[in-house]
Write a protein that binds this ligand. Sequence first.
Ligand code: ATP
Ligand code: MG
Length: 199
Amino acid sequence: MTTTDERHQERMARKKAVIDEKIATAQEERGVLLVNTGNGKGKSSAAFGVVARALGHGQQVAVIQFVKSRSDSGEEAFFRRQPGVHWLVGGEGFTWETQDKVRDAQAAQAAWAEACRHLSNPAIHLVVLDEMTYAFKYGWLDLEQVLHTLAARPPLQHVIITGRAAPEALRQAADTVSDIGNEKHAFQAGVKAMPGLDW
Ligand code: ATP
Ligand code: MG
């Protein structure tokens, strides 16, 4: 073995020791609150990846979509066919499409009422609140009240909230926050939203 190989091996051994120590100290088992936010692509699709993971373990999952103009997304078609999935498209569409503030607020509140049912049910392992951040931005839901309900959920239940511009108090309350940046997106180059990739 050359000295370069030996140095590499030593470095890797030191790295492994550090990682092993971190793994050994992370012993807590509890439900985690995740926030997938930012302007880049991947917030909802990352959440649906976790849905697949949870279902693979035979877990029960609830997905509530707060702002959704379409009911023909690939994820909905796929996950509705799986056992253990509770799926609700709650939103009436984006606010600039409906242009009806009262109806938007009512739709968001109805979706939240359904979410609350799952957030008090310990049989549900994972709750995805897709595009929920818009409900705070437009004042459809009271953030304080939502944080209170999230804090009181079953101790082993995971929650993923997606959407741009997550409010600071939500980021503070979360255990894991991923702020996905937009380096570039095909849409900006004129590519339309493609089935199977974007919806
Ligand atoms: P995805 O569902 O693909 O993970 P997302 O949840 O991060 O996307 P949203 O803000 O919910 O993003 O927007 C959903 C739709 O908008 C998708 O079709 C996605 O490809 C598209 N999109 C996401 N980010 C951008 C962007 N920066 N510019 C243009 N379109 C975007
Ligand atoms: Mg999304």
